[in-house]
Design a protein around this ligand. Structure first.
Ligand code: AMP
Length: 207
């Protein structure tokens, strides 16, 4: 199946996409994460995207297409998209080439999204993700797995978060009517425990 998770930052798209990928084996394509990998390796694409990402702005479509196209082509048995499409042009690019079976729209109030994002941390060494609200490390600031230092992404700091949420409302919301016309579209309340949302997702997939 080809699945999309839409939703504001902090709505749990990544978590739900990962759980679904583990259950059915469809690859999880996380666009933001792919950019971060490119930035870490300082590839040409990484260098082109870095400044936009650090400022909380969307990366221009031409770079996003270059990055996502190989991942989509390789996903011959279905895919789960997390963080794509985020613009009208990206939505048309996708729908031109693929049929989307279902799109989950994770809905979350802005104030809750900001609180959740500010609590995100990841290990600077092994990159494991934490959230101080839901899954804190056993020891403050230290990774449970490798003992590395836990840090906050630059774009998870207050100023960049506000910018990213603003971009979501200004640009990304416009993809909703486009997707609604072309695929099954399911709104989900994201302000619930992740296991409850996951159960809901599975029920919808099986319908
Ligand atoms: P995320 O981890 O999904 O919040 O993505 C982190 C950052 O990567 C975003 O704030 C954007 O700068 C960039 N990004 C991720 N997905 C896209 C996309 N589909 N279009 C443009 N920029 C993106």
């Amino acid at each position: 199946m080809n699945v999309i998770f839409l939703g504001v930052q902090g709505s749990g798209k990544g978590t739900q996409a990962k759980l679904l990928s583990e259950k059915f084996g469809w690859p999880h394509i996380n666009v933001g994460e792919k950019f971060r990998e490119h930035i870490a390796k300082q590839t040409k694409l990484g260098k082109q995207a870095e400044d936009f990402i650090n400022k909380g702005k969307l990366v221009p479509d031409e770079f996003v297409f270059k990055m996502i196209e190989p991942a989509l082509q390789n996903a011959t048995r279905g895919f789960i998209l997390d963080g794509f499409p985020r613009t009208e042009k990206q939505a048309y690019f996708l729908l031109d080439k693929f049929t989307i079976d279902i799109c989950f729209n994770l809905k979350l109030p802005k104030s809750v999204a900001i609180t959740r994002i500010q609590a995100r941390r990841h290990c600077s060494s092994c990159h494991k993700d934490y959230n101080l609200l839901f899954n804190p490390p056993k020891q403050d600031g230290i990774c449970d797995l490798c003992g590395g230092e836990l840090v906050q992404r630059d774009d998870d700091k207050k100023e960049a978060i506000e910018k990213r949420i603003e971009e979501f409302h200004k640009t990304t919301k416009k993809v909703i009517p486009i997707l609604k016309e072309k695929c099954r579209f399911v709104d989900l309340d994201a302000d619930r425990p992740l296991e409850v949302i996951h159960k809901n997702v599975i029920e919808e997939i099986k319908k």
